[in-house]
Design a protein around this ligand. Structure first.
Ligand code: K2U
Ligand code: ZN
Length: 168
């Protein structure tokens, strides 16, 4: 297992549309292990491949308390969504910044699992929030993009200030 470096905003790679993955490979299997290791170490409950500078459509998620319910999804898609939920979100690529984001509360997700099998499942509440947050990353979108102009500007300003303080 390897702890990977997490890319920080405003790295350009976080704004790219990631490429679909044609098939599961041994290299991807190792990358998935390293992404889970990096996510648990952060700690976080989700991680998308562009956050470790891999511009491919791959996410890992585990919202369990005991880190024993890992979900890896290649080419994840939201097939259906319903309801609304407001959640105080953060992002491992913008550490220390939190803001309330409203998203659909119930989703039907389709993707390929790490065994190369197409799967489809329903998710709600925090799992739905987390999967949507990660799929946003695959489309070059960050949680701050869901904020109003003023709140987004304040979040970016606060993050930039925290980076400058770390450098001084
Ligand atoms: O993509 C990421 O940056 C990982 C996020 C995913 C996430 C953000 C907001 C709400 C749900 C998931 C990290 O896991 S943020 C850190 C964190 C840790 C525990 C609980 C919630 C957020
Ligand atoms: Zn994030």
């Amino acid at each position: 297992m390897e702890k990977l470096d997490i890319v920080l905003y405003p790295e350009a790679g976080l704004r790219e549309i990631c490429a679909p993955i044609p098939e599961m490979t041994d290299d991807l299997d190792k990358l998935i292990d390293d992404m889970f290791y990096t996510m648990y170490d952060a700690p976080g409950i989700g991680l998308a491949a562009p956050q470790i500078a891999v511009q491919q459509r791959l996410i890992v998620v585990d919202i369990s308390e005991s880190n024993d319910q890992p979900i890896a999804l290649l080419n994840p898609e939201i097939i259906k969504s319903a309801g609304t939920i407001e959640w105080e979100e953060g992002c491992l690529s913008m550490p220390g910044i939190y803001a309330s984001v409203t998203r659909p509360s119930d989703i039907l997700v389709r993707g390929m699992n790490r065994e190369g099998k197409m799967i489809e499942f329903e998710a709600s509440e925090l799992l739905a929030v987390c999967i949507q947050h990660e799929i946003d990353h695959l489309n070059g979108k960050m949680f701050i993009d869901h904020l109003s102009g003023l709140k987004r500007a304040r979040a970016i300003q606060k993050f930039r200030k925290s980076l400058l303080q770390q450098e001084s």
